[in-house]
Design a protein around this ligand. Structure first.
Ligand code: PEP
Ligand code: MG
Length: 323
């Protein structure tokens, strides 16, 4: 049975009217590449690079990073790979980066903020990524070239964006974007798109910060729900800004792995979805059941709801009526 699944032709992610919605994989190391490809991933939408740093007592060398990035990029020859630079701090503490004790680490020196305070770590990582791309592509035929995109976590505004994108370009990275995880990024999305080539929405953190509910705290887990209309309205703002700028807007948080919510995200203007490989089949099947007009209708119902639970119920009911 497993063989039959693996050999079945996997169609690209698309809505019922043929609108393409590339379906990508979230990976935490190159080890998951085979599983992602077998599940029909059209590329990688979030390659988390923390695994190289987390158990280390100092930052890994450019050579060490280059080896790992090259291994991962080779596995996705001919496809797109979005790599996130180091996201340390808060739920991902790093001894050599975060030495000061913070009262509220989620609101502290994490993501791009920590990198700005230790710029050499960022420039080394960008150099290793650019070298890995050259190593893979310089000897590859056009169809086998990997398309490397690089993005930074926890961007607050256009100042963070300009800082990251200029360093990425100096390193020779061709496509540089940012993650929308802090609500301010949605409010000034038009300004961010003046510099960023793309935006990828991290709904896990965007939800935490929009509802001011610690994503690690069980007592407020009911608020950590990306169906909340406040979160969805921010996604809609980012989708609109992306369309106005003619640039892609992805989602790489766990929201993309919920099939009904994935359709709503596309209705809000999201152009690609990235998720754990195990979720790809169900999301692909659900997208194929709706046209873009239907997805937009579901999105309108979701943002008009007064709670996460009501948004979910309204969408599931409408969706069943459309079927
Ligand atoms: C997110 O915040 O949605 C995200 C994708 O990043 P992480 O879960 O690694 O913080
Ligand atoms: Mg995040």
């Amino acid at each position: 049975e497993r063989l039959a699944v693996a050999s079945a032709p996997l169609t690209p992610g698309a809505l019922a009217d043929g609108t393409l919605v590339p379906l990508l994989a979230n990976l935490g190391s190159a080890d998951g590449a085979e599983e992602a490809l077998a599940a029909g991933a059209e590329g990688v939408g979030l390659f988390r690079t923390e695994f190289l740093f987390l158990d280390a007592t100092e930052a890994p060398s450019v050579e060490t990073q280059l080896r790992e990035y090259e291994r991962m990029l080779r596995a996705f020859a001919g496809k797109k790979v979005v790599v996130r630079v180091l996201d340390a701090g808060a739920d991902k503490p790093l001894s050599f980066l975060n030495d000061e004790k913070e009262e509220n680490p989620a609101l502290g020196l994490r993501g791009i903020r920590a990198l700005r305070a230790s710029e050499q770590i960022l420039t080394d990582q960008l150099a290793a990524l650019a070298l890995a791309e050259s190593a893979v592509n310089d000897s590859a035929s056009p169809g086998e070239r990997v398309e490397l995109w690089v993005m930074a976590p926890m961007i607050a505004d256009s100042d963070d964006t300009e800082y990251f994108v200029s360093l990425a370009r100096e390193a020779g990275i061709r496509v540089a974007g940012v993650m929308a995880e802090v609500p301010s990024s949605a409010l000034v999305a038009d300004q961010i798109f003046e510099t960023a080539d793309f935006v990828s929405i991290g709904t896990n953190d965007l939800t935490q910060y929009t509802l001011a509910a610690d994503r690690l705290l069980g007592s407020v887990a009911n608020l950590q729900d990306p169906w909340h209309p406040a979160v969805l309205r921010l996604v809609g703002m980012l989708g609109r800004a992306g369309r106005n700028a003619g640039k892609p807007v992805g989602v790489c948080g766990e929201a993309a792995a919920d099939p009904a919510l994935a359709v709503v995200l596309v209705g809000l203007g999201v152009t690609t979805l990235s998720m754990t490989p195990a979720a790809l089949a169900d999301v692909r099947a659900e997208l194929a059941r709706h046209t873009l007009a239907e997805a937009q209708e579901l999105a309108r119902a979701a943002i008009a709801a007064t709670s996460a639970e009501r948004a979910r119920t309204a969408v599931l009911r409408l969706s069943a009526a459309n079927a």
